[in-house]
Design a protein around this ligand. Sequence first.
Ligand code: NAD
Length: 296
Amino acid sequence: MAATLIDGKAFAAKVRGQVAEHVTRLKEENGITPGLAVVLVGEDPASQVYVRSKGKQTVEVGMNSVEHKLDAETSEADLLAVVEQLNNDPAIHGILVQLPLPGHLDEDLIINSIAPEKDVDGFHISNVGLLGTGQKSMVPCTPLGCLMMLRDHHGSLSGMDAVVIGRSNIVGKPMAQLLLGDSCTVTIAHSRTKDLPDVVRRADIVVAAVGRPEMVPGDWIKEGATVIDVGINRIERDGKNKLVGDVDFASAAERAGAITPVPGGVGPMTIACLLANTVTACCRANNLPEPEGLTA
Ligand code: NAD
């Protein structure tokens, strides 16, 4: 393997350490404890695992964690009332409604009912607009984690050619906005892109966020490029269950300059950035200086 491994697990631990330090300072100097509320509707097993993990890590960095577990039949009005109560609670600085929601609930309506300054997922339409116009916003956690790793590896990203594969609202689009904000020349590729291999071969930075196991082979990667693999795909190989990314790691690592593994790359950064966003939201709510290096 020629490429440098970008270790997301170690990087996430460093981010959590920075968050914990800032939380200690907020408590000691300002008497404030940041609080994160997570709302889970229904019993989706994957969502339950995420919510448990988020709660555990929130407490580990010294913040207050509040969980609202509502049953799958919860009405839109009842869910909106829970969000409204959290919007008005001064002890809560971050609110996250775990997606996906059961089918009878309108996700856009619910997300847009969260106070934008507490929207630590960065999905509220106001935050999307602020990010798109280069203003201070809450930035979606997964792309924020990718940006932090890219900045850490390269220093400046200015003038680099970046290709983001995938145009979802959660990953692809905000990722492209962040790279543009750091003065990359950005291409967003998607399922209808013509000659994807050729588009990817031009990129100094490739961010793959598709959800198709190992769809990007090594021979699409420009020599020395940095590859950020957001994909999390569960496959069967040699009779075993395995997690793989959207990039064929073995062949891509032969050509890339640096690459994130799956697991242990982007994945751990997502919750670390959620905690970072919560401490940022708490500082903004109290007109205090924001922690450095934890925002876009
Ligand atoms: P999505 O399904 O919402 O979007 C996938 C995108 O890929 C679409 O925009 C589509 O146009 C594009 N696409 C589909 N087929 C394509 C093809 N053949 N060629 C090029 N583009 C194609 O998915 P998402 O929510 O953005 O997630 C993408 C992947 O990232 C998934 O594997 C998901 O599990 C993973 N993910 C990981 C994290 C994390 O690490 N914490 C967070 C979010 C998503």
